[in-house]
Structure formats: structure tokens, C-alpha cells
Design a protein around this ligand. Structure first.
Ligand code: GLN
Length: 244
């Protein structure tokens, strides 16, 4: 997309940021789920994979940034700060889903490999540091009601980080099982920027979250047959919430 001035104006433009740095935990699945859920509704899609040496195009509709190890995370934060394309996109009203390392990068600061504070890119009013123990395992969380009655979130977390939410963000959800931000909440959002610790990938396990992002970018959506998504959700939720 960023190299092609003839791009189709009506297509949904998905931008996957830094697959060469922040793609350790299968978060590419989020890109695939968004593409498929748009295409199944007849919405054409153009996806760009932006490697870390390349500029982030500011004309995208939905930006995805995934999880990763500490050093690629630091490098990714530095490059995004210098680049500024994601900031310009958010200022234009673009939608963002940032996962784990990508989520921490969105804040003012996060913990480096020795726990040292590293500057984030300040798109979310959060700060992260290193916790005492790694949070690894299944996560289930109730979504903030003001996001429109989404069903329970399910995912997998694997991080050292703890995250403090400032007054300019709202928690994405309340943690039922797992650690999330570390204070009983999981993830956060501000405007159309969502951050979460959920891998899984998050959107394969939570199609309603995928549709929330798509609706922010494209408007009201037709329903889809979610039989297979629902089976995956039920299986994963039953593993941690047997009485549901
Ligand atoms: N390096 C970060 C942490 O451990 C993020 C890890 C991840 O993206 N899964 O907190």
C-alpha cells in the first residue's frame, strides 16, 4: 500500500507493524482474522506488512502490532518513535490493536531486559515495569460494558510486565483468570486504540473484538456464522472456567 499510489480507496487498509521484530507469539493470526472477517462480508482488504526498516504508512485504517522479546521490543519502540507514522495515523482516527510487547510500547515507559525503564511512544496513558514473576497461562476477562456488551475475552498471556493505567485510558476488561495488567484489570483503550496482553491470537479467540475493530474502521457489520470460532472459545473458556 505505501508504495502504490493507485490503491483502491474503498478497500479496508490493514497495516501490520514490524513483523520482523514483534511477531514471536502468533499474533499474525490477528491480521488473518481481520482480513477474513472483512472479506466474508464483501469488504475488499489491502494489507501491508511494514518491516522495521520501512516507514509506517499513515493512511491505514487498522494497525496491528504484536508481542515479542525484550530487545526487539526496545528496538521497535525506538523506530516507531522516530518514524511518527503511527502517531499521525492515530491523529487521523485510525484503529489500533496492540498486543503485549506492542501494548507496553504504546505507553510512556516499559521495562527493558534488565528492568531498566525504556521510553514508549505515548499513544496510551499507561506505564509498564517488570513484575516479580512471569505471568504465563490462560486468561479470561470481562469486557468493559461501555464497549457494547462484548462476551468474555479469552486468551493466553506470557509476559513479565505489569502495567499501570493513567486517567486518560479505561481498562479493556476485568480479569477473571490470569494476571493481565496486574491490578485486576486487563488491557486498556483510549479512543480507537486498544492494548491487551492477550495472545491466542486474541482475535481468533474473540471474534467480537475483531468486529469491534472492524466496525470502528468501516461502520456497522453484517453478522457472520461463527460456529468454528465459538467452538474454540468454548473449549478454551471451559479449560479455565469449568462452571461457565
Ligand atoms: N517483553 C515483554 C514482557 O515480558 C513482552 C512479552 C510479550 O510480548 N509476550 O513483559
Amino acid at each position: 500500500m505505501q508504495n502504490d499510489p493507485r490503491r483502491t480507496e474503498s478497500a479496508l487498509r490493514i497495516v501490520w507493524i514490524y513483523p520482523d521484530l514483534l511477531s514471536t507469539y502468533g499474533d499474525q493470526g490477528n491480521v488473518l482474522v481481520l482480513e477474513q472477517r472483512a472479506l466474508r462480508r464483501g469488504i475488499p482488504v489491502e494489507t501491508v506488512h511494514v518491516r522495521s526498516a520501512d516507514p509506517v504508512p499513515e493512511g491505514g485504517d487498522i494497525y496491528l502490532i504484536g508481542g515479542g522479546e525484550d530487545r526487539p521490543q526496545i528496538l521497535g519502540a525506538e523506530r516507531l518513535r522516530r518514524d511518527g507514522g503511527l502517531h499521525r495515523a492515530v491523529a487521523r482516527g485510525a484503529t489500533v490493536l496492540a498486543v503485549c510487547a506492542g501494548y507496553q510500547i504504546m505507553g510512556t515507559t516499559f521495562g527493558g531486559e534488565e528492568g531498566q525503564p525504556v521510553a514508549g511512544i505515548e499513544l496510551l496513558d499507561i506505564a509498564s515495569g517488570r513484575g516479580k514473576a512471569r505471568a504465563v497461562g490462560e486468561l479470561a476477562a470481562e469486557v468493559a460494558p461501555e464497549l457494547g456488551g462484548l462476551p468474555m475475552l479469552t486468551g493466553f498471556e506470557n509476559h513479565m510486565g505489569v502495567t499501570w493505567l493513567g486517567s486518560a485510558v479505561r481498562p479493556l476488561s476485568r480479569t477473571i483468570v490470569g494476571t493481565g495488567n496486574g491490578d485486576g484489570t486487563e488491557g486498556c483503550y483510549s479512543g480507537r486504540v486498544i492494548g491487551t496482553y492477550l495472545h491466542g491470537p486474541a482475535l481468533a479467540r474473540n471474534p467480537a473484538l475483531a468486529d469491534l475493530l472492524l466496525s470502528w474502521a468501516t461502520g456497522p457489520l453484517a453478522p457472520l456464522d461463527d460456529t468454528w470460532y465459538d467452538r474454540l472459545r468454548q473449549e478454551r473458556l471451559a479449560a479455565v472456567l469449568p462452571n461457565q
